[in-house]
Design a protein around this ligand. Structure first.
Ligand code: HEC
Ligand code: HEC
Length: 291
């Protein structure tokens, strides 16, 4: 907030609080006239009586509360309040308390393998909760994934299926990079290599086109997807020989990925969750695909 705007907010707030008080106080009557105001509706008459005493003091009390609040907490423009309170200090404080309370509970699973965690109902429950609050936005409520976000319940692990691979993925994140090929091999080349990709995935295809596509594949694609198209976890290059597709299974969708490229990003969670929670989470994730 700029200083001028801050002063505007501070002056506006204080003046209106003082204004409310004066408005109420100067109009306050101790005794009423005992007469009606002349308003009468359906037998109900309005008398010219003073406000109840409790109402008046209650209002004054809310003004005092407001003033004390604004002195202690941030609220008046750029003035941070005498209590030094921020959302961050509050979050840090409650995270510290939570870590002290729950840290040892998570830590006791540190030395178990992911398969052992997958057989432990308590660990699975914890993993499920951590998953629900951190991962479902992208991977779906049950880890089923959606367009661009991998299904975690199937048996394809683009970034590796070893315990260490899964934990590394969650701790440090992953960044996939599939270059756009249209400029390199042209639209026709894209159609041909798409045909070949569909062939190795097991579809019925135009063999002549797929044959030409194989040449393109051997030249441009094997470096990452491997000579048989089985993928490589080092690059996060998916296995192309099955019917598991991250970006859709139609010929048009697959040609679009090859022509335009894709850059899937899995964010890192190490800092937010810490190693122990990630370990428990990884056990839960691994259990999803063997269910
Ligand atoms: C530099 C390494 C690299 C090269 C070379 C490469 N790819 Fe990829 N490819 C990837 C990566 C990484 C992904 C995953 C992208 C993502 O997850 O966002 C991918 C994804 C794909 C997909 C989508 C798979 C799915 O599940 O939806 C197809 C199809 C594909 N590549 C085909 C090809 C073809 C055909 C070529 C050669 C013309 C090629 N790739 C060359 C790394 C590469
Ligand atoms: C902002 C969206 C987003 C969130 C949130 C997210 N992920 Fe991911 N995740 C992705 C994307 C995108 C990929 C695929 C990256 C690529 O293209 O290769 C991925 C990949 C993965 C993989 C690798 C799958 C494989 O085949 O190797 C695992 C495991 C995973 N995520 C687990 C998690 C867990 C556990 C959480 C919660 C802590 C999480 N993700 C939260 C977007 C997300």
């Amino acid at each position: 907030m700029s200083t001028a705007f801050s002063i505007f907010v501070i002056a506006g707030t204080i003046l209106s609080m003082v204004g409310f008080f004066l408005l109420l106080h100067l109009n306050r009557k101790i005794t009423g006239s005992g007469e009606t105001t002349g308003h009468d509706w359906d037998g109900i008459q309005e008398f010219d009586n003073p406000l109840p005493v409790w109402w008046y003091w209650w209002f004054v009390l809310t003004l005092v509360f407001g003033a004390v609040y604004l002195v202690y907490y941030p609220g008046l423009g750029n003035f941070m309040g005498l209590g030094n309170w921020t959302q961050f200090s509050q979050l840090e404080e409650s995270q510290k308390i939570a870590d002290e309370k729950y840290g040892p509970i998570y830590a006791q699973y540190r030395d178990k393998s992911l398969d052992e965690l997958g057989a432990d109902p308590n660990a699975l429950n914890m993993g499920r909760r951590i998953f629900a609050s951190n991962c479902t936005v992208c991977h779906g409520a049950r880890g089923e994934g959606s367009y661009g976000f991998p299904n975690l319940t199937d048996n394809e692990w683009t970034w590796g299926r070893e315990d260490a691979d899964i934990e590394t993925t969650i701790l440090h994140g992953r960044s996939a990079s599939m270059a756009p090929w249209e400029q390199v091999i042209g639209e026709e080349g894209v159609s041909q290599v798409t045909e070949y990709v569909l062939k190795i995935a097991g579809r019925e295809v135009d063999e002549a086109m797929a044959g030409k596509g194989k040449n393109q594949f051997d030249m441009f694609c094997v470096a990452c997807h491997g000579p048989e198209g089985k993928g490589q976890k080092l690059f996060g290059a998916p296995d192309l020989t099955n019917e598991i597709w991250l970006y859709g299974n139609s010929r048009a969708r697959i040609a679009d990925v090859i022509g335009k490229g894709r850059n899937g990003i899995m964010p890192a969670f190490g800092e937010r969750l810490g190693e122990d929670k990630v370990h428990i989470l990884a056990g839960y994730i691994k259990s999803l695909s063997s269910e």
